[in-house]
Design a protein around this ligand. Structure first.
Ligand code: BG6
Length: 516
């Protein structure tokens, strides 16, 4: 049985058996980049699943905007196919789809052309009349970042952005990457905030939409037993791995510009660090939670000399190898990748959080493409017991493992007595699994985030100062590693856990990565 929330339930006229937690206001959502990959794979399937779960407002419309020409019904048909292919629930429910598809529209045109925005405006007015969307707009920038400035300017010039407080809300959802270093992120923030108010801006990081990531907050602040030991007195070190089997999946052009530091660390991994390391917020609201995350980012030691970077950061790049039994090419043989590319596809780093709670507790993070398996997990390693009482083999330090994906769950490893007449300790595990407890119906990250944006809840979106604080850390590392004098990334064979230097990073501290 899928898990069904039981609070604040609102009946859904379409599916009387299903109830939503709290319905968002009527709204027209505009997807810039409507013919693109993200719309096909993630956004429209997520919207369909929200419709299926009765979470969308009764008055809702989706308008795709892109260059590719489509008639409204052609676009709807293509989206139907995409949902059939990528939705987490299948087959597509014809009744729900029909109702959802009746609100699908399409505007073809170039983003440079003011006329596209004039036509978008008429289309929005049409759905306000026919779908009662009440001048509420959610603009989703599912485009390459180079397009963000022109979208902002055109929306402003076409009078499609209304300040908060006027009737009909305007919200803008901006995909990553938000800038490529601190200076460009600042410039983009200035531009965004010259068009919108911060309360209207939703900078997305899809990791925050993951149930297991949100659950870190419930684990820490919804229980009384963890918080007292969640600090330097009891925690020895923290280990965060975000590993992928996948390579760059035909995204060579993007990845060459990004590399693992921009692609995974500046956003997803730093968010995991923040959730693990933050202080309890004074309230569970957007600003209180984000204030605490920013404090963590500000406390992370900035590495800005080659010596500091060399001591704390290891970069790698995959060579040909074999992953899950299949031979795969090296990074430099991938399409659109330079033959002597220095772009890192793997990073391991030791982050130091200079705060009262964490000083002296290293946070080891690593992320990479073409590793042996897909595994994102956080391991909180507790200190050793001060004195071994049992002769028959030493006890092992406790570890709390938060499995973000896959096999979502939490495990606590502790010592137990092996049955028998002697006191022989062995490490055992208490294991909570999402699948077993809550069923298989967990929503996808984009569903949660789209719903929050529709509701106007910014808690799981990054604020201007947060994104800049995150860039400060990664940007300073990039400045060093992207200089010509810095050595190129260490090669590693695809299908291994990165270069040996990543193991040495921990070995120097007398530690080792967990075997996953
Ligand atoms: C994206 C990155 O943001 O996150 C990809 O651009 C990466 O390179 C992906 O594969 C990982 O997301 P997930 O949800 O599969 O862990």
């Amino acid at each position: 049985m899928p898990y069904a929330p039981e609070h604040d339930e609102i009946p859904n006229p379409l599916r009387p058996g299903l109830r939503a937690e709290s319905a968002p206001e009527p709204c027209a959502m505009v997807i810039f980049g409507g013919s693109g990959d993200l719309a096909h794979r993630k956004l429209v399937p997520a919207l369909y699943n929200l419709a299926l779960g009765a979470h969308l407002p009764a008055a809702f419309a989706v308008i795709g905007v892109s260059k590719t020409p489509y008639a409204h019904d052609e676009y709807a048909r293509e989206m139907r196919e995409a949902v059939g292919k990528y939705s987490r629930t299948r087959p597509v429910d014809p009744e729900v789809w029909q109702d959802f598809a009746s609100g699908i529209r399409y505007v073809a045109g170039s983003f440079d052309d003011a006329d596209t925005f004039a036509r978008l405006r008429s289309q929005l007015e049409e759905v306000d009349r026919s779908r009662a969307t009440r001048r509420n707009r959610l603009y989703y920038f599912a485009t390459p970042p180079s397009v963000f400035p022109v979208l902002l300017r055109q929306l402003k010039d076409a009078g499609l952005v209304r300040p908060p407080g006027e009737s009909g809300f305007t919200r803008v959802v901006i995909e990553k990457p938000f800038g490529r270093d601190l200076a460009s992120a600042r410039a983009l923030n200035r531009l965004v905030l010259s068009t919108c108010d911060e309360r209207q801006v939703f900078r997305i990081d899809h990791y925050l939409g993951k149930e297991t990531v949100q659950n870190i907050l419930v684990l820490r602040f919804g229980n009384s037993i963890f918080e007292p030991i969640w600090n330097r007195r009891y925690v020895d070190h923290v280990e965060i791995t975000a590993g992928e089997e996948l390579g760059i999946e035909g995204r060579g052009r993007y990845y060459e510009e990004a590399g693992v530091l921009r692609d995974m660390i500046q956003n997803h991994v730093q968010q995991l660090v923040c959730f693990c390391a933050m202080e309890p917020p004074v309230a569970f609201d957007a600003d209180a939670v984000r204030d605490e995350k920013i404090k963590v980012l500000r406390a992370i030691e900035v590495f800005d000399t080659p010596e500091q970077v060399a001591r704390n950061v290891v970069l790698g790049q995959y060579m040909a190898g074999s992953v899950a039994g299949a031979d795969v090419p090296g990074y430099q043989q991938e399409k659109d990748v330079a033959q002597r590319s220095r772009t890192p596809t793997f990073v391991a780093a030791r982050l130091n959080i200079r705060s009262w709670r964490w000083d002296g507790v290293p946070f080891y993070v690593r992320s990479g493409k073409r590793l042996p398996k897909r595994a994102t997990e956080i391991a909180i390693h507790f200190r050793r017991i001060p004195h071994q009482l049992f002769d028959e083999g030493a006890t092992q330090p406790n570890v709390l493992i938060i499995r973000v994906q896959p096999q979502e769950g939490i495990a606590l490893r502790f010592s137990a007595k092996v049955p028998g007449e002697r006191y022989r300790p062995r490490i055992v595990s208490m294991d909570f699994r999402y699948g077993t407890t809550f069923g298989a119906g967990t929503p996808e990250a984009y569903e949660r985030l789209l719903l929050d944006a529709l509701r106007g809840d910014q808690t799981l979106f990054t604020r201007a100062d947060e994104v800049e604080a995150a860039w400060k850390i990664v940007g300073s590392i990039l400045k060093v590693t992207e200089s010509a004098e810095f050595p190129p990334p260490h090669p590693y064979t695809a299908g291994t856990w990165g270069p040996v230097a990543a193991d040495e990073l921990l070995a120097r501290d007398g530690r080792a990565w967990r075997r996953l």
